[in-house]
Design a protein around this ligand. Structure first.
Ligand SMILES: Cc1ncc(C[n+]2csc(CCOP(=O)(O)OP(=O)(O)O)c2C)c(N)n1
Length: 528
């Protein structure tokens, strides 16, 4: 059939099974928005308040559903606004396809209105990107973008479509979507070597990263840890993966628990699954590498020996590799004891503390709860104190650490799952993206925004204090009435200063089913 480029875009999205798009219109995407209107009822467009959050929403959608998330923006400022969101998806290996409009081909390179070389600018923060120069290539380019985003180690892909390509006509014939490429798989020799390393070890330890969470390796990792009598520790990206497992020993790294970090020092074999060994997880790689052998399991060959040298690597999907490895490994007597979990919870007398709040939330939340977070101390408290089990999920910006991520991701996750989302925020992060509450309100999304109000950019404050610097621009008390602000946006707002008020507000907000905000006043000085 003969279709306009913009219609071909929508046909290709439908072909890929896309039913949700997060975006913001503008001149260079008028054609695509026109086509969206023509196809209304087949694709649901969520109009965000900022393109950055459209990219975060696509990312949150992908993480909550396992499918590719899609965002759409106009040329120039619309496209550049996507970049932080794409960077977050890139660093956390989340499959996103971003579609941007651009000025007409003839205007490219003339400094025309809202013209930006988004192809050039997005190159370092996307897995791959395209600019479509010929209408006949449009459909296959979009298909390729989905294939690349979801294959191997997932990531964001950008497709830039000049305005005249969206307006031009071409023949379109549907094609079945191509399944993502199967990851590399380690061979029998690699597995034999890994089994030997494990057999030789006295004190094995499992470290799970985002790749383990992404591939659904929880059960296989738990089974392996139990067979080897080995504790499991995790990076921020794997939060919630193995919370319920008796072998689970907490968060590793800079903000990790002392118990988990001590295990890193004591182990003689580190079985690292789907982690890139970021500096936040392994701040002193040399100290660790001297003590322990490293068996690195990862889908991306570029990760092997990048930040930490591996004695052996098994390349492939984390779950598949662990499932293959399990029967090859000998059962072992425990070498390292699992330290008691550091979850104080009850401390602080009657004061409202993050621990109390997050534990209470965990107790009240149902088995389908999805948590998202912004970035700061509240993010670390959430990772440490939320009790995540079963189908519950934890979605956070681990690599880029982008304040503003959470509420956008919550909107995407709500669209993907229909489940209730609780976004854990700080007051600084909330002030960065609060306009997005109007999106939650407008679409009546089941999102509860929990603002941990410490009247400061707490994590910056903590860094300044730890480095004996002056407290510079880290404290602010703008006297914002958060509940009133929520009400102005059309959603219920609660203020909690005491434990009792927090408990009541959480219960009411959780019961309401719709969007809500709870502002919880907590102390300024509490470290993450
Ligand atoms: C977009 C962005 N700008 C700046 C930072 C640096 N930064 C990291 S944590 C933080 C403070 C966050 O404050 P808040 O949201 O109130 O959380 P808290 O640490 O107080 O829990 C800042 C400014 C960042 N991560 N992202």
């Amino acid at each position: 059939m003969l279709l306009r480029g913009a219609q071909i875009v929508i046909e290709c999205l439908l072909e890929q099974g896309v039913r949700d798009v997060f975006g913001y219109p503008g001149g260079a995407v008028l054609g695509i928005y026109e086509a969206l209107h023509e196809y209304a009822g087949q694709i649901r467009h969520t109009l965000m308040t900022h393109e950055q959050h459209a990219a975060h929403a696509a990312d949150g959608y992908a993480r909550a559903s396992g499918k590719v998330g899609v965002c759409l923006a106009t040329s120039g400022p619309g496209a550049t606004n996507l970049l932080t969101g794409l960077s977050a998806a890139y660093m956390d290996s989340s499959p996103v396809v971003a579609i941007t409009g651009n000025v007409a081909k003839a205007q490219i390179g003339t400094d025309s209105f809202q013209e930006i070389d988004i192809y050039g600018v997005s190159m370092p923060v996307t897995k791959h990107n395209f600019i479509v120069g010929d209408i006949r290539e449009l459909a296959d380019t979009i298909r390729q973008a989905f294939f690349i985003a979801a294959s191997g180690r997932p990531g964001p892909v950008l497709v830039d479509i000049p305005q005249d390509i969206a307006a031009a006509k071409a023949e379109f014939s549907p094609k079945a979507p191509k399944a993502p490429a199967r990851p590399l798989l380690a061979d029998a020799l690699d597995f034999a070597g890994a089994a030997f390393l494990i057999e030789e070890s006295q004190r094995p330890l499992l470290l799970l990263g985002g790749g383990a969470a992404h591939s659904g390796a929880e059960a296989a990792a738990t089974a392996l840890a139990q067979k080897l009598g080995a504790p499991i520790i995790q990076t921020l990206m794997a939060t919630g993966c193995c919370d319920g497992c008796p072998q689970f020993a907490g968060l590793a790294g800079v903000y990790g628990t002392p118990g988990a970090n001590a295990l890193l020092e004591q182990c003689d074999l580190l079985i690292a699954v789907g982690t890139r060994f970021s500096d936040r997880t392994i701040p002193r790689p040399k100290a660790l590498a001297r003590k322990a052998k490293v068996l690195h399991i990862d889908i991306d060959p570029a990760e092997i020996n990048k930040n930490l040298n591996a004695d052996l690597a098994l390349m492939g999907d984390a779950r598949e590799i662990l499932e293959h490895l399990l029967p090859l490994c000998p059962a072992k007597a425990p070498g390292l004891a699992v330290p008691p979990k550091a979850r104080p919870g009850g401390q602080g007398g009657q004061r409202l503390t993050p621990e109390f709040l997050l534990k209470t939330l965990s107790a009240l939340a149902g088995s389908e709860q999805i948590y998202t977070t912004e970035v700061g101390q509240h993010q670390i408290w959430a990772a440490k104190h939320l009790e995540i089990s079963g189908h519950q999920r934890f979605i956070t910006s681990g690599g880029l650490g982008a304040m503003g991520f959470g509420l956008g991701a919550a909107i995407g996750a709500a669209r993907a799952s229909g489940r209730r989302i609780v976004n854990i925020s700080g007051d600084g992060s909330f002030l960065m993206n609060m306009a997005e509450l109007s999106t939650a309100a407008y679409y009546n999304l089941p999102i509860i925004e929990v603002v941990l109000d410490n009247r400061s950019l707490g994590m910056v404050r903590q860094l300044q204090k730890n480095a004996h610097l002056h407290l510079s621009q880290a404290d602010f008390d703008r006297g914002v009435d958060y509940p009133a602000l929520a009400q102005a946006l059309g959603i219920p707002g609660f203020a909690a200063k005491t434990r009792q008020e927090a408990e009541q507000a959480l219960a009411q907000a959780l019961a309401s089913g719709g969007p809500a905000l709870i502002a919880c006043q907590i102390a300024k000085n509490q470290p993450a």
